[in-house]
Design a protein around this ligand. Sequence first.
Ligand SMILES: [Zn+2]
Length: 428
Amino acid sequence: MRKLIFISISLFFIFSTLHAIDFTQFFSEKACRVDFYFAGNNKTTTASVARIKQEPYWGGRKSNLDQTLNLGEYRFQVTDSASGKLLYTDGFSSLFYEWQTTDESRVITKSFEQSIQFPYPKNAVTVKIEKRSGFDTWEKLIQFAIAPNDKLIQRSNPISVATKEILKSTTPDKAVDIAIIAEGYTAELQEKFFADAQKLADNLFTHEPFIRHKSKINIYAIAAISVDSGISKPHENNWKNTAVGAHFYTFYEPRYLTSPNMFAIRNHAALVPYDAIYILANTSTYGGGGIYNFYALASSDSKRAKSEVVVHEFGHSFAGLGDEYFKDKPDVLDDMYNLKVEPWEPNLTSLVNFDVKWKNDLPQGSTIPTPVTDETKKLSIGVFEGGGYLTKGMYRPAYDCRMRTNTANAFCPVCEKAVERMILFLTE
Ligand SMILES: [Zn+2]
């Protein structure tokens, strides 16, 4: 049996290699960035293109180009216009999607900035952006062609600010490249920012699987300059003029720290090759945010939690992990999940299609769901009810995890495996 599995795995790799997209045939070393707007309300979603840019570096993967890990509320596909061949695809999520679950989206239509990026094509391509309609079904939002020699594709240089390599392990195509962007740091605070970025990197490497894959990770610090020092707190009537306009009180939730200015964020990130964006907010106030393949955001000087928040938010933005916590009182994101479909987050299940989640990793004869007792709380893996802000109908893999509390020691095994899978997907 083992031999048979080995043969089929080998055949799979031979097949994948034979059909793999040749990066150099279709793409250059630069990046193609599409800025667009999501607009709508709690029932409607539209996408409209704002601009197309050529960016100086492609920091993403050069293999697995036509594959995804099926993460995110949206995906995009880039096809060769002449042959219709799929050349590149990726999943992502948005602040807009979260806003669509708030009460405000029932009474007003709003638009939100969004960007996607892929290697700069050599020939004409067609880009399609889709919204998830089920666990593996999609509906088209917009489709458009890009001619790589179009003179109106913006080719201006990125913003000129200082950058620093915090960790350089290998070449960008073999690495997870993380761009840390300064937010709420004036020009005088540049050295504080570089020191804080080093602390952020150190905090990331307090957790597996980042520790054992450190040789596959590059980290850059981008010293974006803010007019004011600190971060806006609208609930305290305290607004600051900062590089990417991040603020607390997102969706009226005091600790929810986000930035609506994706285009400004990307303008800074363009200074380095990157797979993932981390915005480092110069504040001692506890808070953060993280959205899959969008960005993570954390406070520089929070006394309450350092590595815990840094790693938790990166779990969202890098690996698409869901929150494993839930509250008895109503939460701003209460309506995020439809329990009739299997969520795409690797560490949550509605049990609609548990086979695609961690079912095979459970010990034989496990009770589903896991009853909560002093004994089962110590289990490394189970199926515990409560997660994704819901007390009922949603299940998580462990009693505690970095994606549930600040007191957990580490990621649960399912989360750790999902993060590792993403590291390998981007680097092998
Ligand atoms: Zn977990």
